[in-house]
Structures are given as C-alpha cells and as structure tokens.
Design a protein around this ligand. Sequence first.
Ligand SMILES: O=C(O)C(=O)C[C@]1(C(=O)O)C=C[C@@H](O)C=C1
Length: 361
Amino acid sequence: MDDALAPIRQKIDAIDREFVRLLNERLELAGEIGKVKRSSGGSIYASEREDAVLRKVCSWNDGPIKDEALRAIYREIMSAAIALEKATKIAYLGPEATNTHAAAIKKFGASVDYESIATIADLFTAVEKGEADYAVIPIENSTEGSVREALDNFVESDLKIVAQIYLEISHALISNDSPEKITKVYSKDQALAQCRNWLQRHLPHAQLVDAPSTSRAVEIAKNEPGAAAVAGELAAQFHEVPVQVHNIQDKSDNTTRFFVLGKKPAGSAGDGRDMTSFLISLGDQAASHSGALLKMLMPLAERGINLSKIESRPSKKRPWDYYFFVDVSGHYTDLNMKAALKELSTFCPMVKWLGSYPVVS
Ligand SMILES: O=C(O)C(=O)C[C@]1(C(=O)O)C=C[C@@H](O)C=C1
C-alpha cells in the first residue's frame, strides 16, 4: 500500500509547499494594507471586505471542497492577516467557553487575542477606552428574544455595530461519566429549559441544578462523580471534559444573533448586502399623537427600505416614553437611506445611527 501512496503524497507535499508560499505572499500584502490603515487611522477589521472575499472564493469554487470548508479556511487566513496588521484584542461577554466566546471565535478565528469581560456595560467601556479593539455581545435569541441590557447601552454610547454573527446554539451532555451513571445535571437555567424534553426522556431521575453559566457548569461537573453539565462543545474542549451526547437541545433551530462593536463604522458591502440599525425617539408625540408610530415608519417604507425589526424600550427619562430600535435593509451611505433619515430628523427628537454591517455573517 505504501508504494501506491508515496507518489500521491509527494504531489500533496508539493502543493502544500506552494500553499505555504502563497499564504505568506498573501500575508505580506495584508501587512502592506495594515501600514496604510495604521497611517490613515482606518479600521483593521473590515467586515464588508471579509464578506466580499468569502463570497468571491466561494464563487470560484468548482471542485469537491464544500463552501463551508472554504469559508472556515479563509476565516483563519484572514484572522492571521488581522493579527499581522495589528495586535488585535476582541473582548466578549464571558466567562470563557460560553456561546458568546464561540461566536467571537467564529468571526475572528484563532490568531487574535481574546478577553472575557463580565458585563455588557463593561464591554462597551472597554472598546470606548481602547482597552479592546472590538467587543462581541449577544443581541437576541430566536426563542428568548432580545437582550435588553445590550439595547439599553446603545443609548449613551457612540460605538458602532460593524458586523453581526449568527450562531446556532447546540447543547451537549458533558461528563467524565457515561450517561447511565449520571445522577445530577448542572447548567444555566435557560440551557436546562432548552433541553427539558431530552433530559426527561433520557435522565428522568437526575437532579437538575442551576449554575451561573454553562461554562461554570462544566467546571463543577468535571470534579464531581455522577455529575454532568449541559453546555456547548467549546466548554467541553476548554475544560477538557468529554462530550457524552451531542445535540441534546429540543429545538434544532435555536439561534443567537450577536453584534460586533467597534469605534469606526464599517464600509458598504453593496448589492443589497447591508443592514443598518437605528435608535429613534418620538418624544411626546408617541403618547399624544395618533398614528405617530406609523408616521415614523413612512419615510422608510416610501423609499422601499425594508424594516426587519422594531423593538421599543422605556427611555427611563419619563414614564411611558420609549426608544425604538430599528433594523432596516441597506447602508447608511445609500442615498435613499440618507433621505429617509433627513425626513425623520424633521420630527423625531432623536435619530441615532448605530451602525451598518453586512447581512451575512
Ligand atoms: O482588505 C483589507 O482591508 C485587509 O485588511 C485584508 C483582509 C484579508 O486578509 O483579506 C484582512 C482583514 C480585514 O478584516 C479584511 C481583509
């Protein structure tokens, strides 16, 4: 067999050598881009350019490699490029090995530095003070709804949303013991709730115990005989505890949306590939004028700007006064968007642009 493999492996070696040479050539070019960006004060991470690169390489793909594999490879190539252009720190809502950590790695790869930060407010502060270059925060979950703390922090902050990440949330049963020995299951209440049917069916006698986070649950279960944790697979890897059963969540389409926050806005990905988020206040009109909310939406609708989300939050200034968080299609620099905003500003006391970012993560 070895005789048959040797010549093929020689060819693979020759290709790998060429790969490494080309990767280094590509990285050197990224280094040149980094110099330009550093001298002009541009943002090192360019979500719209990464979106274009990923789309281009997938459109060139006519071989057996899956687009998903190509995207994962390019994720790491561009991660290395970011790190070479500038040592880059990504802060995320901790602790380590939770879903927000997994989302951050999905977006930024293995070459950048990561820091776990305990609260969403502190994540905003870390980027504002320059202690981190970007922050990754959860914004909404397909079953649990919006993360209110995240929305509220946008009111005072000048940070911009530069990218979004969608992460399918899957849970695993993680333990040093096999499932038939499990008598106790630790996890965060939400994760236990999302696996309720599976746990009832497979571990009906196990005691379910609340933990501060899924990652902490794995840490606790690691040292307790007969204990397991429900958590993501990153937590299993991170704490070096085996996965006993994969994908135990009751719903397979449980997805969380995250935002990447930075100091400088992202450019346009073009071709209808951008989304924009705003914060709008109607002031007293919301309570006193019938149809005020409709009036707020008309400048967008009349220009064909598609509204994908609207959510209200109390302003905390006066009772029954609200801010509206709005997600629409298009980029802030689009002409119809500019015109809509101009019209909105004529009757809304506050129209705040929170950022424009590529639709696809
Ligand atoms: O094109 C750029 O702006 C780069 O910095 C290069 C590059 C890449 O490797 O292709 C790297 C990081 C950016 O986030 C986008 C793209």
